[in-house]
Design a binder for this molecule. Structure first.
Ligand code: IPE
Ligand code: IPE
Ligand code: MG
Length: 238
């Protein structure tokens, strides 16, 4: 049981890894692993709402994932459409704002259309925010933010000295609070270009479970671990 008196993370990031291995282990196609992963995410979203965790960022597709076979990429793109149009429509009723992080190019038009639709339909929701990192890369995000800043400076709309660590996030894909807790499933211990700026002081957790098996119960185990961490932010605990 989670002790609600010990602070919970305000912003959780999940690198949803291991769908392919989950499917292969069962003699299924990798795509079936992605389908199972989507189901697991739906359950997690509902669970986080119950826990009143206000920000969740999920890594759904990295810029590097375009290196995969066309069949798998096409399956994932279609899965995103179905998810945003049907499976995740409960987010609207639950007052969740859905936002996306990543480059639009070279995402297919129909994926972009459903992304724009769910963004528009949920933009005024204030209960919680789900940030979906899709065609996302942390380094691309920093490069794109730098370009925005340079353009504003060149146009005379921003003075270089006004830019600092506290206001830089407004030039990122989404202006979200820093990540408190980053979970990567499947036992891999790397961040694979996920939210490099936002994760600067996050606590990390690397459970061995593959993402489709990452149930609300597994999430609670992660939270118990988070609550044991001593976050010092460079200071010294008295
Ligand atoms: C994560 O699972 C989902 C995406 C990257 C889209 P993987 O597809 O990377 O699964 P593994 O790592 O091959 O098991
Ligand atoms: C990271 O997983 C990206 C997502 C979960 C969407 P990958 O499976 O693509 O990462 P690597 O290739 O193991 O670093
Ligand atoms: Mg993987």
């Amino acid at each position: 049981m989670i002790d609600q008196k010990i602070p919970l993370p305000r912003h959780v990031g999940i690198i949803m890894d291991g769908n392919g291995r989950w499917a292969t282990k069962r003699g299924l196609s990798r795509s079936m692993g992605h389908k199972a992963g989507a189901k697991a995410l739906k359950k997690l979203c509902k669970h986080l709402l119950k826990l009143e965790i206000p920000y969740l960022s999920v890594f759904a597709f990295s810029t590097e994932n375009f290196k995969r076979d066309k069949e798998e990429v096409d399956y994932l793109m279609n899965l995103f459409i179905t998810m945003f149009q049907t499976e995740f429509s409960f987010l609207k009723d639950e007052q969740v704002r859905v936002v996306f992080s990543g480059r639009r190019e070279p995402l297919p038009v129909d994926v972009l259309k459903t992304m724009d639709q769910i963004t528009e339909e949920t933009k005024d929701n204030e209960r919680a925010t789900l940030n979906v990192c899709l065609n996302y890369g942390g380094q691309s995000e920093l490069v794109d933010a730098t370009k925005k800043v340079v353009q504003l400076v060149q146009e005379g709309n921003l003075k270089i000295d006004e830019l600092n660590e506290n206001n830089f996030a407004q030039y990122l894909y989404q202006d979200l609070p820093p990540l408190d807790f980053v979970i990567r499933t499947s036992g891999e211990m790397r961040i694979s270009n996920f939210m490099l700026w936002q994760a600067s002081y996050a606590e990390f957790y690397f459970p061995d479970v593959l993402f489709p098996d990452f149930t609300p119960k597994e999430f609670d185990k992660a939270i118990l671990e988070f609550q044991k961490r001593d976050r010092r932010f460079g200071g010294v605990k008295k």
